[in-house]
Design a protein around this ligand. Structure first.
Ligand code: ZN
Length: 860
């Protein structure tokens, strides 16, 4: 018995050691009685929380059971993950409030509308708190705390809980990232023995690639609150705006040797458009966390880590929406128990801190209720006042050549409650042309002025030179969307409000019984269209020069990169092609022209050798140990979800000449490629030399240069030896300032090069993180994208790095035997929202094989 107690005390406690068996009372505040009709987690699961990692389906079942049993709780499924797991939202409040919930919700959201908020009386309204857990799936203590918090709110019986539920509407989102959460639960449970093992080397504590942090496509969902590229975030942000919570909590884990962190974060790194009042409220809320953790003698810290700069994180997005986001970070046991500098760190201990921080948040919300509601009302009233003073009165935007990309941009704005209007008459600000039908206007005179400004602004000066995440996210630049700031306030160019719409459709122009079909490469879904045709067996060519030809709507110019399908050389039936063409025009939002003749009015004829034949790409992405899962996942997601392409994910360490033989294109999306030994490197080189295309971007480009896949050099650093003494205490800040954590730069584009087909301008915004700087090639045709001399568009870069970046290479096409290697220094599909540069990757996939040998950088 004594031995059991010793084991239990190691198991369920740490810092400081509290003896005792695991019991629900360990987690919950002392002295509360609970309604026996509500099942405890242990009664429902058959084990106590913390003994095993909860599978997501068990969480779902328990939450539904609570909602069925308790008149304090209603539940809804607001989205499904890629793997079809339910994303749940529990609405928890008093039974009286539930009777009246629609009115409460309506009044609450009116606080965010200055036209309606003045007549409301915040001191009579409930506060709204959104509590969300484990957006990083392998940070499981939050998601395992959620059922205990829900149980407490369903079953606790006291005057205090009655008062809380009367004065608050609690929206509980038990698991933000069900796919990652389940991946990690499976991992941790799989490796748990009868005797739990705290050894950090034990396999339980060392997940295999890609780990459980991310969602199905290996995206960090806690960067997607602004970008909304995934169903989890889209559903969640819709709920967010349906309620506009006053506090939103975001429960995470950090390194095992840390303690517990709660916001405020580092003050010098606050996002400048967030009002100061937000930080005052954050600090007022923090006092309650401190008190709760003092009570259980848990260590914690605040203000020394993390920041509120990048507004696409869960703890920062609310700050730009009239609420207060709170980040919690708990040292991770990363499994059931793990040794730490504070002694054995048990899973239950980590769960308990999140339970207590959840309850302290609710206590704070009740106490600060009127302050929080006042803040929300004032936030929006002041936003409109700021908008009235703003130099920028409106933004106009739109890409007439690409309705699909324009549609996705509008849809993103609308999901953030930003009002978009039709353009009522043509405008030509600063030499650009915007026309009704393809261009749109956003007035800055709207409640979401601050968020709108945060999405459109270009910022190049900063109070701090360190960032927890990216320093820039300017959305029209990411979308490569033509846009302009308008400084004159005029109602005459603002047309009807744009309602959320379906994807636009393209048209077939001309008769179906054609000599040939042609479509330009400018539409976002042109790669999907081409692949759809190729997969069906249609033979397609690409125009390597422009041409002009008669169409059913008069003569028309076709640009570099136009896709041509000539009917005389096809082996599948004209009817089958016709059906595909119709489908492609509709679904891929492309205008497709039926052409009656091969004779052009200028440029290349349809039978010209300047139409290059295209091969269908057979693609593998190298993944696994030594590769960067986020980059690989972005490529997989782009090809699979957006372009509807077949793609194989191949473990880098398993490649050999026979596995590679079925592919003509391999993507290396970033990483150290430490599993590619000299034998595998030479296999990969031989495969390339046989006439195939190797695409390497981000850190993979660095790898390819080092391993002599391409004959080029890095930009030399101006490494003058310095003996200057520097303060030791500044070391991490000094070094951090040389990091490019993520900023936006301008490159010069050679529109005549196959890697640049589809672009209309000679410059393109690109996203860069990391410090791979390459010299332009000796072959003057082999560097089609090159950084401009003044490349910084938005974000932070140190002066030494800026010097190295200017005029350096962004894309290089190199020769390797009869094959080619395409290097991109930057990630073309960063976080899936870089709609502007994704086409660079598509060009490498579809047109890489058409690049002429004499224009490639030669081998050594
Ligand atoms: Zn996290």
């Amino acid at each position: 018995m004594k031995r059991i107690l010793v084991i239990l005390s190691i198991l369920f406690t740490s810092q400081p050691a509290i003896a005792g068996p695991i019991d629900l009372t360990y987690y919950l505040p002392e002295g509360t009685s609970y309604n026996p009709d509500i099942p405890t987690p242990e009664a429902f699961f058959g084990f106590q929380i913390g003994q095993w990692h909860l599978r997501h389906d068990l969480t779902v079942a328990y939450m539904k059971e609570l909602a069925a049993r308790s008149d304090r709780i209603s539940i809804q499924t607001y989205a499904r993950s890629y793997e079809q797991r339910e994303l749940l939202l529990l609405t928890i409040t008093s039974p009286e409030n539930h009777q009246n919930i629609e009115t409460i919700q309506q009044q609450h959201t009116q606080l965010s509308d200055p036209n309606q908020s003045t007549t409301l009386t915040p001191n009579t309204m409930p506060v709204v708190v959104y509590m969300g857990y484990s957006i990083h799936g392998n940070e499981p203590s939050g998601g395992n705390a959620a059922p205990i918090v829900a149980y407490h709110l369903a079953a606790a019986q006291s005057a205090a809980i009655d008062s809380l539920l009367q004065n608050a509407v609690i929206l509980l989102d038990p698991v933000f990232n069900p796919d990652g959460f389940n991946r990690f639960a499976h991992w941790a449970n799989t490796h748990k023995g009868k005797h739990v093992n705290a050894d950090p080397a034990h396999r339980e504590h060392n997940e295999v690639w890609p780990g459980g942090r991310t969602n199905h496509y290996w995206f960090d969902l806690n960067r997607d609150w602004l970008l909304l590229q995934h169903p989890e975030s889209q559903g969640r942000v819709a709920q967010f705006h349906a309620w506009k919570p006053n506090i939103l909590t975001d429960h995470h884990e950090m390194g095992t040797n840390r303690t517990f962190f709660f916001q405020p974060g580092i003050p010098s790194r606050n996002y400048p458009l967030t009002p100061e009042r937000n930080y005052e409220l954050t600090a007022a809320i923090a006092k309650h966390h401190a008190e709760a953790l003092n009570n259980i003698q848990s260590l914690y810290y605040t203000k020394e880590s993390y920041d509120d700069f990048y507004i696409g994180k869960g703890s920062t997005y609310p700050d730009l929406n009239g609420g207060v986001g709170i980040l919690f970070e708990q040292a991770s046991s990363r499994g059931h128990i793990q040794e730490s500098i504070h002694g054995p760190l048990s899973f239950p201990f980590t769960i308990r801190n999140h339970v207590r921080a959840s309850l302290s948040t609710l206590k704070a919300a009740a106490e600060l209720r009127t302050d929080l509601l006042d803040h929300q009302r004032t936030f929006y009233a002041e936003a409109v006042q700021e908008a009235n003073k703003s130099r920028i009165k409106a933004y106009v935007f739109g890409d007439a050549s690409d309705p699909a990309r324009t549609h996705h941009f509008i849809h993103l704005l609308q999901q953030h409650q930003i009002q978009v209007h039709e353009l009522a008459r043509p405008l030509t600000p600063s030499g650009q042309t915007f026309a009704p039908g393809s261009a749109y206007v956003i007035s800055t005179q709207q409640p979401q002025y601050r968020l709108l400004t945060a999405m459109f602004e270009r910022r190049t000066t900063f109070q701090d030179s360190l960032f927890y995440d990216v320093s820039a996210w300017t959305l029209p630049l990411a979308f490569n969307m033509p846009f302009a700031e308008l400084t004159t306030s005029s109602q005459e160019f603002i047309g009807d409000k744009v309602q959320p719409t379906q994807m636009p459709q393209g048209r077939l122009i001309g008769n179906s019984n054609a000599y040939a079909y042609a479509f330009e490469w400018k539409g976002y879904y042109a790669p999907r269209a081409l692949y759809r045709l190729q997969k069906a067996g249609v033979i397609a060519k690409v125009a390597t020069q422009p041409f002009r030809i008669q169409t059913a709507e008069g003569t028309r110019a076709f640009d570099y990169g136009t896709i041509l399908i000539t009917m005389g050389i096809q082996s599948i039936s004209p009817q089958a092609i016709q059906t595909l063409i119709d489908l492609t025009a509709q679904e891929d939002a492309l205008d497709i022209y039926a052409l009656e003749t091969g004779l052009v009015t200028s440029g290349i004829s349809l039978g010209s050798p300047n139409f290059a034949p295209l091969q269908k790409p057979e693609i593998a992405i190298l993944i696994g140990d030594g590769t960067t899962s986020s980059n690989a996942g972005e490529t997989w997601h782009l090809l699979d979800q957006r372009y509807d392409m077949d793609v194989s994910l191949i473990e880098a360490r398993y490649i050999n000449s026979s596995t590679l033989s079925r592919y003509n294109t391999i993507v290396m999306a970033g990483g150290s490629y430490s599993t590619l030994d000299s034998l595998k490197r030479s296999t990969l080189k031989q495969w390339t030399r046989a006439g195939n295309t190797l695409i390497a971007y981000d850190s993979a480009a660095q790898w390819a240069v080092r391993n002599k896949f391409v004959n080029t050099t890095f930009v030399q650093t101006d490494a003058k030896k310095t003996q200057d003494q520097k303060p030791y205490g500044n070391a991490s800040n000094d070094q951090g300032a040389q990091v490019i954590g993520g900023a936006i730069f301008q490159v010069q584009v050679d529109r005549t090069h196959p890697l640049a087909y589809g672009y209309e301008n000679n410059t393109l915004p690109v996203f860069r993180r990391g410090t791979t700087f390459l010299e332009p090639t000796k072959n003057a045709y082999a560097t089609p994208l090159i950084y401009t001399h003044r490349p910084l568009l938005s974000g932070y870069i140190s002066n030494p790095n800026l010097t190295r970046l200017r005029d350096s290479a962004a894309t290089i096409a190199g020769k390797q035997g009869s094959g080619r290697v395409i290097l991109m220094t930057d990630n073309p599909s960063f976080r899936a929202y870089w709609y502007g540069t994704q086409k660079l990757l598509a060009n490498a996939l579809f047109f890489g094989s058409t690049i002429k040998g004499n224009t490639l950088q030669s081998e050594e």
